[in-house]
Design a binder for this molecule. Structure first.
Ligand SMILES: NC(=O)c1ccc[n+]([C@@H]2O[C@H](COP(=O)([O-])OP(=O)(O)OC[C@H]3O[C@@H](n4cnc5c(N)ncnc54)[C@H](OP(=O)(O)O)[C@@H]3O)[C@@H](O)[C@H]2O)c1
Length: 495
């Protein structure tokens, strides 16, 4: 049977699904889309761990209160009863799942979406391997026990092979000390087989652990049909369920937020390079379609789907940063402390000089004024953390990759017109200018929690910040002139 003749929506009828990472950016959009667009779906179990003093049940209830489900609530509020909770944690033996829940999963589940991962760039190699590689191995073991398993869909990253300029649609090759990789041994013994110089080819432990996970799935998948989806940098939604939905500060969003608030003025980035971003709803749509495709494909090999915009609809770093800056002044935040005016440079030295003045000096002045007026200011601390993060992200803002995304293109061509309309992931359709406007408005609304009601007030404040900025900037040369003038005069008098 060929995949193009089957409807994606029909495929999900009565299906019982297991999602990891349901509380994360991608996972919750996937849950929403499946429930809204595949109304005859059987049920969806979510793996949720207890965190920050909250039980898994409390976290699930908080999750479902999210505004991202508002549209679904209007469609069909009954549909939430199809969601089941599985308490567990990737880093625990047997995923920390109770015997009863395990039995339920083994008997019922046929599709698994693995979206969970530790995405911090500053993990130790041990932490990254434990959570991402061995966590996925535990999930794979569970899938191998599932009676009716049809698909394990693993979400990786486009940058799992970022040590090479070309990103193809293949599982990476990672050299080891003894020429093979044994993922069945314990973590410490496993880590001893990886030469440090190999791990260091990747810019951080996160991307390296994602590469290892792909190799592990390829080695151990057994009878489980596995596909891998590798998104580039995931940012706010394009359309679904609403344009501009964003609820985390991952990747460039933190830079844009800090820039819009006037906190940062300098970014290390090469404007000429392609900034490969992808709207989160397109990733979700692709995941849904890849699971359907995997079920009917005629190969047992793992197929890799690189979802990115760089080849088909490139967006330069310069356009992204400049346009976001302009939009942050058109739709400003009331919380801005300076007029948004950030510059980018590929030169570390220029960035350091700019940061010394515009970040660190300004932060000390702000903090000093706050201290003297008995107010709280944490600007210096924020800058220390911004500098730390910038060190880990510059690898990506200074480079670009040649990506092969043919599998995604082919899949899109194979879909029926109806499926293509419901599950859009054709990046050529994105108008970046319009998307950026929604992104900035989304940041304002969902991250900075400011509604459009206060826009006039925020614009009025922005105008004041603009004048303050201009007055300060034009007075600097005058003050500098007088200082130099008086210094020269004094030294002449001495002689
Ligand atoms: N964001 C991007 O730009 C990007 C780009 C390419 C690929 N990806 C990949 O896309 C996937 C989804 O990313 P995202 O943006 O949705 O990330 P996210 O918002 O940080 O969500 C990560 C999810 O993983 C869960 N998780 C982490 N460690 C876990 C553990 N030990 N046990 C159980 N759950 C755990 C988190 O649960 P808690 O809520 O309990 O922490 C959360 O639900 C990841 O595999 C990531 O590597 C992301």
């Amino acid at each position: 049977m060929s995949a193009q003749k089957l409807s994606v929506v029909g495929f999900y009828e009565d299906k019982k699904i297991f999602i990891t990472g349901g509380t994360g950016g991608i996972g919750k959009l996937l849950l929403e889309k499946l429930l809204r667009c595949c109304p005859k779906i059987g049920c969806i179990y979510l793996l949720v761990r207890p965190k920050k003093g909250k039980t898994s049940a409390q976290r699930l209830s908080d999750l479902l209160d999210s505004p991202v489900f508002d549209k679904l609530r209007c469609y069909d509020s009954e549909v939430f009863s199809k969601i089941g909770l599985i308490e567990g944690d990737l880093s625990l033996p047997s995923l920390g799942i109770s015997d009863e829940d395990k039995e339920k999963l083994i008997r019922n589940i046929s599709i698994v979406f693995h979206c969970a991962a530790s995405v911090r760039f500053d993990m130790t190699l041990e932490e990254a391997v434990e959570s991402n590689v061995f966590g996925t191995r535990r999930l794979l073991q569970l899938c191998q026990e599932m009676i009716e398993i049809e698909v394990l869909l693993h979400v990786s990253t486009l940058y799992s092979t970022c040590h090479k300029v070309t990103v193809d649609e293949c599982i990476p090759v990672i050299p080891t000390i003894n020429g093979s990789m044994d993922f069945n041994q314990n973590k410490d013994d496993f880590l001893k087989t990886i030469p440090l110089e190999v791990a260091k080819k990747w810019p951080n432990t996160y991307t390296f652990s994602k590469a290892l996970t792909e190799v592990m799935l390829d080695n151990l998948k057994g009878r489980v049909p596995v596909s891998i989806v590798r998104p580039s940098i995931i940012l706010s939604t394009w359309k679904d369920p609403i344009p501009g939905w964003v609820d985390n500060f991952h990747g460039p969003t933190l830079t844009v937020v800090n820039g819009a608030l006037g906190i940062i003025r300098s970014v290390v980035a090469d404007g000429k390079k392609i900034g490969d971003v992808i709207p989160s709803d397109m990733v979700v749509n692709l995941l849904i379609c890849v699971a359907h495709k995997t079920k009917y494909q005629d190969t047992e090999e793992i197929r890799v789907y690189n979802i990115c915009s760089g080849r088909q609809n490139p967006l330069t770093v310069k356009f992204f940063l400049k346009e976001s800056q302009i939009l942050s002044t058109m739709y400003p935040s009331k919380a801005a402390i300076r007029y948004p005016n950030w510059r980018f440079t590929p030169s570390e030295l220029t960035h350091k000089l700019r940061s010394a003045v515009h970040h660190h000096l300004v932060a000390y002045i702000f903090d000093l004024v706050a201290f003297c007026t008995f107010k709280k200011s944490r600007l210096s601390r924020i800058h220390r953390s911004v500098s730390r993060i910038a060190k880990t992200t510059k690898f990506f803002s200074l480079r670009e990759w040649i990506v092969c995304d043919r599998n995604v293109e082919i899949l899109n061509e194979e879909l029926s017109d109806k499926d293509r309309e419901v599950f859009e992931f054709d990046v050529k359709k994105i108008n970046w200018k319009a998307w950026l406007k929604d992104y900035i408005l989304g940041i304002r609304k969902h991250l900075l929690k400011e509604d459009l009601d206060n826009l006039d007030e925020a614009i009025a404040r922005m105008k004041k910040l603009y004048w303050v900025e201009n007055i300060v900037q034009s007075s600097i040369p005058i003050v500098a002139f007088f200082i130099i003038y008086f210094m020269i005069k004094r030294s002449r008098r001495r002689h």
